[in-house]
Design a protein around this ligand. Structure first.
Ligand SMILES: O=C(CO)COP(=O)(O)O
Length: 262
């Protein structure tokens, strides 16, 4: 029996020691009153203490949520820039996030890449700068439908990951979020087998190109139309270490997704 299988049969919280990690990416959603409702269901939970929970909050509400969220929920920004301060109108620096107690940032989301034109290189620079500033990073990668249909899924996610690997050495504060673009906000979830296949390929890529240690320890989330209904089967795949959840993270079912693995 592999150690993963052994862990599962004992209902252990971790796969190869990897703690399950569920992120909620609120995107550009929420008003103060909606946020209070979300904070209220997060407080009520109960949230599985074996799962690390991170909520990705719009910049304007970060300070408020950081001050009002339960202690077992971490707060993440949805973006930050690759400089400490200066003439970068509209941007937020890692130092500013640290200053208000925010320790996580989501970088390279496909919406940033596609709508705001962020290149692999810019994403990698941001990841490297955020890490060097002491933030933890959820780094998003994933292929479009055209790329999948052209058989380029692996090439795309490896290219996106290699761009980051060119700029960082220490992966211990990085979580990878594999989010196939065609599954984001579409209701078309990758099947557990499709997601597992890419997660396994990514882990093999890490073993080959970085190290066996990083391959075994890095957590790879799946994102794309995750719901309370499909989270258990996805979460039971051996190389899926959690989720990055969009729409459903605004709803009470997020608690069920956090608790997908017992
Ligand atoms: O983009 C996502 C999370 O970052 C996924 O969004 P949905 O869960 O709404 O598909």
């Amino acid at each position: 029996m592999t150690s993963c299988a052994a862990a599962k049969s004992q209902s252990a919280p971790c796969k190869m020691g990897r703690k399950f990690v569920v992120g909620g990416n609120w995107k550009m959603n929420g008003t103060k009153s909606q946020i209070n409702e979300i904070l209220s269901f997060l407080k009520t939970g109960p949230l599985n203490s074996n799962t690390e929970v991170i909520i990705g909050v719009p910049a304007v509400y970060l300070d408020y949520v950081q001050s009002n969220s339960p202690a077992n929920v971490h707060v993440a920004a949805q973006n930050c820039y690759k400089a400490e301060k200066g003439a970068f109108t509209g941007e937020t620096s890692p130092a500013m996030l640290k200053d208000i107690g925010v320790n996580w940032v989501i970088l390279g989301h496909s919406e940033r890449r596609q709508i705001f034109g962020e290149s692999d290189e810019l994403v990698a620079d941001k990841v490297a700068f955020a890490l060097s500033s002491g933030l933890k990073v959820i780094a998003c990668i994933g292929e479009t439908l055209d790329e999948r249909e052209a058989g380029k899924t692996e090439a795309v996610v490896f290219r996106q990951t290699q761009a980051i690997a060119n700029k960082i050495k220490d992966w211990s504060n990085v979580v990878i979020a594999y989010e196939p673009v065609w599954a984001i906000g579409t209701g078309k979830t990758a099947t557990p087998a499709q997601a597992q296949e890419v997660h396994k390929s990514l882990r093999d890529w890490f073993a080959k190109n970085i190290s066996k240690e990083v391959a075994d320890s890095i957590r790879i989330q799946y994102g794309g139309s995750v719901t309370g209904a499909n989270c258990q089967e996805l979460g039971s795949q051996p190389d899926i270490d959690g989720f990055l959840v969009g729409g459903a993270s605004l709803k009470p079912e997020f608690v069920n997704i956090v608790n997908a693995r017992q």
